[in-house]
Design a binder for this molecule. Structure first.
Ligand code: H76
Length: 481
């Protein structure tokens, strides 16, 4: 019995020492209970360098999903599949070699990167995320590591390179979408169950490294890598590789940002490591959904970016949009504002046609958003979560001493209730063009802001000038109850 006790004591002593020693390797230590990780978060909390600040200030982006899947547009052998068009190869169970025959039809004659860039500029997006390679494996750049690239098509052109140049010329940042999962590479594995799997997958990761290095070298102005197709067991079992890929890109391209979706830690935990720290630079789990405007405010603790489709779930071009609900420009706009009001970015997706043009609905959408941004964009760019109590008429965003009210639901009372945090005063309310708006203080930290004289016909913005007057005298007395 004594002996057993001694063994237990020794064991626990030994365990404590090792744990403490291992903990020392990680600085700073945010919590005592943390477990040591080799492949956890590579920094704690938000990044505050200039590149990250730019990522954040941009706030509004566009997604471009373009690949071979645009050619069939959701239809295979006469059957229309309602699932996401870029997954058609999987829905219709098309073998890779047959799918890749679509390359013979890749000839987007109307493609003009400058026109695309002008459209994005007019829409008011500050960055564009481009699918360099989606799950199908077709590369929009002439990769020397694959047979399946734009260079091996009748069109031949490096459409990715043309896009990077055209967007950059318009002052628009370019982000790269990259799918790790690759349906065209025989070395890809969904799981690692044998020595053979291990060897093949090691080759696959080397191929992936090569493609990433190639992208970073050929297009060094890229500002961000947004990884997708990283959810399989094979990748979760190789968390080290995700940490390595993040570091590799950051060494090659100082300031580059990487999404959380790339990452898995030592234990295969994804997005947030086993100690609860966000991996990568921003959370990318908000896909086709947004945080709850009141309940989910924890998201303001880290950077995040939401990505959104216009139909319910179509990213690549699908020829029939009548199969699901399609958001109106106003609905898209509300999601953009909503995201910024919670300290996030919003990316609106476009699925260009196989001929290189955009469908009419997408052109209209870009134009409508652009028109609004032209007028009211100051409540979006460079803005953040305001920290003010949510009101039913809409959303708050904030930039320095300006708090923006973005009104989507004007009340019949014609009075917009605003409650300010303790010690904060509103000194002025005005429309973006400078027209003054009535504002009366009705109680402690509570105001009525008037509607504009001319009844608005679209969501509108009131700019509040504020003072964080912590020292101001408080003339109100609490009621005795
Ligand atoms: C599932 C999945 C993928 N992730 C979205 C961003 C689309 O690319 C979709 O195909």
């Amino acid at each position: 019995m004594k002996k057993i006790l001694r063994v237990i004591l020794l064991c626990s002593l030994f365990a404590t020492t090792t744990f403490a020693q291992q903990q020392q390797q990680r600085q700073p230590l945010p919590a005592e209970q943390e477990i040591p990780l080799k492949y956890g978060a590579d920094h704690l909390g938000k990044r505050h360098d200039a590149a990250m600040q730019k990522f954040r200030d941009n706030r509004l982006g566009a997604f471009i999903h373009w690949g071979l899947y645009a050619i069939p547009g959701g239809e295979w052998n006469g059957k229309v599949y309602n699932g996401a068009a870029e997954w058609l190869k999987s829905w219709a169970k098309v073998p890779a070699d047959e799918w890749m025959k679509l390359m013979e039809q890749w000839n987007p004659e109307k493609f003009n990167a400058k026109t695309w860039a002008k459209m994005a500029k007019k829409m008011g997006v500050k960055y564009v995320k481009i699918t360099t390679k989606h799950h199908e494996g077709f590369c929009l750049w002439p990769s020397k590591y694959s047979r399946y690239t734009v260079a091996q098509t009748p069109h031949k052109r490096d459409v990715l390179g043309e896009m990077v140049k055209a967007y950059n010329d318009e002052g628009i940042d370019v982000h790269f979408y990259f799918s790790v999962m690759d349906w065209s590479n025989p070395d890809y594995r969904y799981d690692i169950k044998s020595k053979e799997d291990e060897v093949a997958f090691a080759r696959f990761l080397e191929f992936t490294d090569n493609q990433l290095k190639e992208l970073a070298t050929r297009y060094p102005t890229v500002k961000d890598f947004w990884f997708d197709g990283t959810w399989d067991a094979s990748i979760k079992k190789n968390g080290w590789w995700t940490a390595h890929a993040e570091r590799m890109l950051k060494e090659m391209l100082p300031g580059v940002t990487v999404n959380s979706r790339l990452r898995a830690d030592d234990y295969g935990k994804r997005h947030f490591d086993s100690n609860g720290h966000l991996m990568g630079d921003y959370e990318s789990g908000y896909e086709r959904r947004l945080p709850h405007p009141v309940k989910d405010l924890k998201v303001t603790r880290w950077d995040w970016e939401a990505v959104m489709t216009v139909p319910e779930n179509q990213w690549g071009y699908h020829k029939d949009w009548s199969i699901s609900y399609v958001k109106t420009p106003l609905e898209v706009l509300e999601r953009i504002v909503h995201a910024v009001s919670m300290g996030g970015n919003m990316v609106v997706n476009f699925g260009p046609q196989p001929d290189g043009d955009f469908r009419a609905e997408e052109k209209n959408l870009a134009e409508a958003i652009g028109k609004w941004m032209q007028r009211y964009g100051e409540c979006i760019y460079g803005c953040d979560y305001a920290g003010w109590e949510k009101q039913s008429w809409g959303y708050f965003t904030r930039k320095d001493k300006q708090v923006y009210m973005v009104v989507f639901n004007p009340p019949y009372s014609q009075k917009l209730v605003v409650k300010t945090p303790k010690g904060t005063k509103i000194t002025k309310a005005e429309l973006p063009d400078g027209e003054e708006i009535g504002v009366i203080e009705i109680a402690r930290n509570e105001y009525n802001v008037s509607m504009p004289r001319k009844q608005p016909t679209e969501p509108f913005v009131i700019r509040l000038q504020i003072e964080d007057a912590a020292s101001a005298a408080d003339k109100y007395r609490d009621a005795l109850t």
